[in-house]
Ligand binder design. Structure first.
Ligand SMILES: *[C@@H]1O[C@H](CO)[C@@H](O)[C@H](O)[C@H]1NC(C)=O
Ligand SMILES: *[C@@H]1O[C@H](CO)[C@@H](O)[C@H](O)[C@H]1NC(C)=O
Ligand SMILES: *[C@@H]1O[C@H](CO)[C@@H](O)[C@H](O)[C@H]1NC(C)=O
Length: 536
């Protein structure tokens, strides 16, 4: 392993320290980690703070020099007064008396004023205040969010903390590695989230890195003990009281007065008090399919006689005569088709530019109370675009030409931006109940445009249909969420896998059934039974 990094305190810790000193009004809401765009903004904020701090330090240095020179000068005067002559002789001299008075009245007062009303510090405070006000500022909840994202990635992609800490992601060696303090911090955050197994994993990694570190670490043993104490409690929470005891005893053997003593007493007490079982939350039913498909593995399927094909389609609409649609069937009944190369890079740039102009807002999911709550299950930032610009008008025509649906029933396009760890857990696109008032009928179809390639992760997966789709820039996928009877098709539950490396941008267009009477007439036969078996 290459040498691990140098500084004990990261830049951010320092800045946070500063801000705490400066009593900065909180401006953050735990939203930074979810979007690559906001993280880029954050890098800009850091640059601003770095520059401001540099200015601050230089100005303070100059001011200190001023004080120092003044003090030296006064010292010289005093030395002369004491050593050179009698004090009464000194103050008896009109020039000396004048100097002393002037120093007291003007110079010292001026100096005190400078010290008390530290303009440099005031300027710095204002600058930082302004930056935070303009861009927002991350706080503890952002760190928690990032750690949760880490946890998700580990779970979905089966990544070990060991590998992550060494910068190995899916077998790929990346440039960055974590230092023991960072692993420790991740462990503590997971511990606070009651994710004891994961936190234990990170504590072990922190411990490993700490003891192999060749760097001189002040209080190394103290940190080792701290880690061991945490590991003991995590072990205890996981039902391994014995391992917990061994770890604590190890500490106490070397340092009998360590706080581990209280911890041991407390754990012993709890052990005797109760036989409380640690509740291990069971995975939701879709979990196995979800992780498998996110990792890009399908279950083998028996041959049904019908095979999926790829074909060029020039007949669907006259607009495709010259440039036929490149259709890839990925599932039959319900039909899911990918249309490749429907948007070019220039069009995508225009769409993203347009959506950048709208304010990116953290997507909110409707809570049970009908209000909006920010939920971890959906980690992205999103904005909505209507179809009035040229590029959006052509996109609207494209959807209509491919689907045959009337865009009168279409919602604005939702453009979403998923950063690292950004995901959307399995969900249907239909409402089924509580239909929105602005549209007639439920969401009959979904059209999803991929507006970026993703280096690793970010598949769209259909957990009940054994289908995974890696995002391919410029492609679009379309399916129907309702049966011909307009009953909901529960087989269409799908998810966006967490982004492992890179940034995922998609555009979603949902069309409602209300305007489509002549485009997709109900069949007389009732086909809702197809998805009856898929009820949860
Ligand atoms: C996860 O990875 C470990 C090796 O690191 C392997 O033994 C295990 O089978 C994997 N689990 C899944 C569900 O892929
Ligand atoms: C479409 O969105 C743009 C940008 O937000 C706005 O200026 C325009 O009024 C909207 N047009 C319609 C028809 O809503
Ligand atoms: C998991 O996928 C298989 C294969 O497609 C499917 O038969 C099964 O119903 C799925 N399980 C769940 C809980 O969705």
């Amino acid at each position: 392993m290459s040498h691990r990094s140098r500084c004990m305190f990261s830049f951010w810790q320092l800045v946070l320290l500063f801000l705490r000193v400066l009593h900065l009004p909180g401006g953050s809401n735990g939203e930074f980690y979810s979007s690559v765009d906001t993280m880029q903004g954050l890098a800009y904020v850091e640059k601003e703070i770095l520059d401001a701090t540099h200015v601050y330090v230089k100005a303070q240095e100059e001011q200190l020099n001023l004080y120092r020179n003044f003090v030296e000068q006064v010292k010289r005067e005093h030395a002369m007064a004491i050593d050179g002559m009698q004090l009464d002789e000194y103050v008896g001299h009109p020039l000396h008396a004048f100097r002393l008075l002037k120093r007291m009245v003007t110079d010292w007062n001026g100096l005190h004023e400078l010290m008390v009303n530290n303009k440099v510090r005031e300027d710095y405070r204002q600058k930082i205040d302004q930056v935070a006000k303009d861009f927002g500022y991350p706080d503890q909840t952002d760190i928690q969010g990032a750690v949760k994202a880490f946890n998700r990635l580990q779970e979905v992609y089966n990544l070990t903390a060991n590998h992550l800490a060494d910068g190995i992601i899916n077998g790929k060696l990346t440039e960055t590695e974590l230092e023991w303090r960072e692993c420790f911090e991740i462990g503590v955050q997971l511990f606070d989230l009651k994710q004891y197994e994961r936190s234990l994993e990170w504590f072990k990694v922190a411990f490993r890195i700490l003891i192999i570190s060749s760097r001189k670490i002040l209080n190394r043993r103290k940190f080792e003990f701290e880690l061991m104490e945490y590991m003991a409690i995590a072990n205890f929470q996981l039902g391994n009281a014995k391992s917990a005891g061994i770890l604590l005893d190890q500490i106490l053997k070397e340092e009998p007065t360590h706080s581990a003593q209280q911890t041991r007493k407390y754990l012993l007490h709890r052990e005797m008090l109760s036989t409380e079982k640690v509740e291990v939350a069971s995975d939701p039913t879709w979990h196995a399919n979800y992780t498998r498909l996110c990792q890009g593995h399908r279950l083998p399927e028996p041959f049904t006689g019908k095979s999926l094909r790829c074909y060029l389609d020039a007949k669907r609409h006259f607009s495709f005569i010259l440039a036929p649609l490149k259709v890839e069937q990925v599932h039959l009944d319900p039909d899911i088709n990918v249309y490749h190369g429907v948007l070019n890079d220039a069009q995508i740039d225009k769409i993203l530019q347009e959506s950048d102009e709208m304010e990116m807002r953290r997507s909110a999911v409707s809570g049970d109370d009908g209000g909006s709550t920010i939920a971890d299950l959906r980690v992205s930032q999103q904005t909505w675009l209507n179809y009035s610009s040229p590029v959006m008008r052509s996109l609207s025509n494209l959807i209509s030409d491919i689907s045959g649906f009337d865009m009168g029933g279409a919602e604005h396009m939702q453009v979403a931006n998923y950063g690292v760890g950004g995901q959307y857990e399995p969900h249907p696109d239909y409402f089924e109940v509580n239909l929105p008032n602005d549209f007639k009928g439920d969401r009959i179809s979904t059209t999803m445009f991929y507006l970026s390639d993703v280096e690793l992760g970010g598949n769209t997966v259909f957990v009940k249909l054994n289908v995974f789709l890696p995002p391919i820039k410029g492609a679009m996928v379309m399916w129907h969420n309702l049966h011909y009877s307009l009953d909901v098709d529960r087989r269409t539950i799908h998810a966006g896998c967490p982004v492992l490396i890179g940034s995922k941008r998609i555009g979603n267009v949902w069309i409602h059934s209300g305007y489509q009477e002549f485009r997709r007439p109900c069949l007389l036969t009732y086909d809702e039974e197809k998805s009856l078996g898929y009820r949860d």
